[in-house]
Design a protein around this ligand. Sequence first.
Ligand code: SAM
Ligand code: SF4
Ligand code: F3S
Length: 474
Amino acid sequence: MELYSPDTKAHDEARQGEAFTSNSKQQSFEKFFYVESYGCAMNFADSEVVASILEQNGFGSTREIERADLILVNTCSVREKAEQTVRKRLTEFRKLKYQKPGLLVGILGCMAERLKSQLLEEEKLVDIVVGPDAYRTLPDLITEAGTGQKAVNVLLSRDETYGDIAPVRLDGNGISGFVSIMRGCNNMCSFCVVPFTRGRERSRDAFSIVAECRDLFERGYKEVTLLGQNVDSYYWNNPETKQSVTFAQLLESVALIDISMRVRFSTSHPKDITDEVLHTMAKYYNICNYIHLPVQSGSTRMLQLMNRTYTREWYLAKVARIKEIMPDCSISTDIIAGFCTETEQDHEDTISLMQAAEYDLSYMYFYSERPGTLAAKRYKDDIPEEVKKRRLQEIVDVQWTLSNESNKRDVGKTFEVLIEGDSKKSSQQWMGRTSQSKVVVFDKANHSLKKGDYVQVTVNDFTKGTLLGAVKNN
Ligand code: SAM
Ligand code: SF4
Ligand code: F3S
């Protein structure tokens, strides 16, 4: 499917946005905003959309908070701790507000959507509250707040995708970029606040996605990650031709931009990832061999209470199918310990599923009840905190062993690594990633390599979470 014809309307719009952005970089701004982002990659991508909207309205971005006329915090509500982190951070802005009369503080994202104007009552220093679908109104809200009034817009939309806005890349390494392909979620997992903070699922215009990816490639990017809460349910209907585009077709179109640009995606819901997607991954060399496939629990009883719509057996069959189609595909997951009514047996089921799936990596959490979710309404949060934490630690320990074993299997193998920059520990070493998303560190030696290059690296050792290697000499 040809999705990257340069003469589409969406493409032109995205390009106009880019031209404006690069012009505006040369222009000297009189006002500056500082943005800090928390939560998932989608929030970080949203901050780049916000930066674009603000630049077009005369605000330049700054990384020096003292210089800012507007401080924005793009927030996450997924667990209570994420909200506490933001509240603590807000207290640190008090002094700045006192020192700089007229300084505005705005809360964006999921916490803004969840708490709405209540946030203004609870956090007196906040001037602006904007939900994830209302960023286009931010310039008006800033004007309103500038007159001393508090400004709020938390309206959710059924069709906002910001598809026509060319994001301003903030803080990136210039090699890997995030591209949002859809917004919201229709899944209603019982523990999850996201459907309430992000609204209904909607897919972005496929042409604008491909145009944005192509634009990144032309600017020297070597990797794009397509983002959505449930990318496999991506489905866009072209209003002009009435043709539809599935996630597999979109993935193929992005892969076809250039073989030297890697393509990743996140997150896949196990119920929606299709054979068509797996075959597309296997067909294109530049679609990375890595799938993040959150399981949440290894107990079918828990999965039912969580409203995940699959069983333990069904999930393991999906893992087997992935390995059958792509034997060297790496798989990671998300796990929640101590969900409502979880027994020791349910917990053991999670551990045995982890061992069966041989995860390379897991993101592990203990259950945090979120107001308004189905679980908060229906079930008692009845697992004591010390039990949740003990189970979580056991899960972390199992994953530690699995990751170690996975890394051990890589010793002696040679991988193509995309260099992302200097290693954290030494400017004498490069840090890059394999297609399987594993971090590799290796000596620069005398090779004339640079950031963004691909290089063959043979793994000879590993530390916690990192493969160590050496450039393979031909
Ligand atoms: N959309 C993804 C999916 O289908 O799994 C995940 C999105 S969610 C933002 C990221 C992860 O946070 C979830 O996979 C889950 O493990 C975790 N999470 C969500 N709600 C949670 C809660 N109430 N307590 C603890 N962890 C939670
Ligand atoms: Fe939350 Fe489930 Fe949607 Fe993921 S799929 S965002 S866990 S409701
Ligand atoms: Fe957090 Fe919202 Fe993402 S709740 S994880 S920032 S969608």
